[in-house]
Design a protein around this ligand. Structure first.
Ligand code: 1DF
Ligand code: MN
Length: 350
């Protein structure tokens, strides 16, 4: 990527942040309406009941920052030294609305994001949001995102009304990503009602823990159903240091192979590769929310230097010092450039 303003200068690398959130007013108003009418699931009620109505500093500044796609966001990027932000509509996207409303809102949000990218072409990259309630529509939106809107990846906010993308009906979405040659980013949302009880009663439903459990489960469901045997060139990205999976990988792999051999679960079939193999060859992780040297270097060690990308998780974790944590990592200059810049350029085709 050529950057007219900044080529990384003395640093030797650009900082490309890969999990950066925005929202339309209509989207946030939609969450608030669902919450008010008692039609939101428990996770959305907890999350958007807070962000949408709390007078706290955290809630009000985050909502303001989500809605701004111009001066304030660019100023924040400049203040922290972020050269390029890969933007997507915030969680839970359009996946909590009825299908017709979801599609209409999602299409308008994609258009609005594309317009923002057009206003700031050297600072923003967009990802296509989808409404998995209608898989065929979502597949067409993925193609439109690539061909007409210039988007470089596809965002899904994990489960859709309690269903995961390994369900056969969602296959058109996976196929569309593979055909577009674009990565599917599985971003968290709160666990579904079927799972959230013990999380929400303890205050652990959101980004503190529930998000990671939810996305780790989602990715493992996709791997174990054989999504990468069906689409060997598909890349799936997850944030937050890989949602704990790199750390658990040895045990997951061991027990998965034991489970396959035992024939204990009908759904657990032999796969072409080990889970370790898919994690190293089909999955990319980002450092969103996990600006922690031991976790980042561990993930790079386990998955390889080509598999880990920088992210800030703006505006939910807008902490300037965390950028410096990345800059100061004790890794080679070549590995740092991959982490901060070139892995994102490769994965998103920038
Ligand atoms: C939070 C964090 C909320 C993230 C998010 O979406 C979100 C949070 C509503 O802290 O409540 O995307 N995040 O990715 O870290
Ligand atoms: Mn995020």
């Amino acid at each position: 990527m050529t950057h007219p303003l900044n080529t990384g200068g003395d640093r030797g690398y650009l900082r490309i942040a890969t999990e950066e959130a925005c929202a339309t007013r209509e989207q946030i108003d939609g969450y608030l309406r669902l919450v008010r009418e008692g039609k939101a699931d428990r996770g959305t009620t907890s999350l958007w009941g807070f962000y949408g109505t709390s007078p706290s500093e955290r809630a009000t500044t985050i909502v303001e920052r989500l809605l701004d796609l111009d001066d304030r966001r660019i100023a924040d990027m400049d203040a922290t030294g972020i050269d390029v932000a890969i933007l997507s509509m915030t969680a839970p996207g359009f996946q909590v609305f009825e299908a017709d409303e979801a599609k209409a809102m999602c299409g308008r949000a994609n258009d609005a994001l594309a317009a923002a990218v057009e206003r700031h072409p050297d600072r923003y990259v967009g990802m296509t949001s989808i409404a998995p309630q209608d898989p065929e529509w979502s597949a067409r939106e993925i193609a439109r995102g690539k061909a007409e809107l210039g988007f470089k990846g596809v965002m899904v906010n994990s489960h859709t009304k309690g269903e995961y993308l390994d369900e056969p009906k969602f296959d058109p979405i996976l196929r569309a990503c593979a055909e577009a040659g674009q990565p599917l980013y599985i971003h968290p949302q709160s666990p579904p009602d079927s799972m959230i009880g013990p999380f929400v009663e303890s205050g652990l439903d959101g980004a503190v823990f529930g998000f990671g459990v939810e996305v780790g489960l989602h990715l493992l469901r996709l791997i174990t159903i054989g999504v990468f045997d069906r689409y060997p060139d598909l890349t799936i990205c997850v944030g937050h240091g890989g949602e704990a999976l790199p750390y658990w990988l040895y045990r997951i792999d061991y027990m998965h192979q034991a489970g396959v051999r035992s024939g204990r679960y009908e759904r657990m079939k032999p796969l072409n590769k080990s889970i370790f193999g898919y994690m190293r060859e089909n999955v990319c992780i980002t450092t969103s929310g996990m600006a922690w040297a031991p976790a980042i270097t561990f993930a790079m060690d386990v998955l390889g230097e080509d598999r880990v990308m920088y992210a800030m998780d703006y505006p939910y974790q807008y902490v300037p010092d965390e950028v410096r944590t990345h800059d100061l990592l004790k890794i080679s200059d070549a590995a740092k450039k991959k982490l901060m810049q070139t892995n994102a350029e490769r994965v998103f085709g920038l």
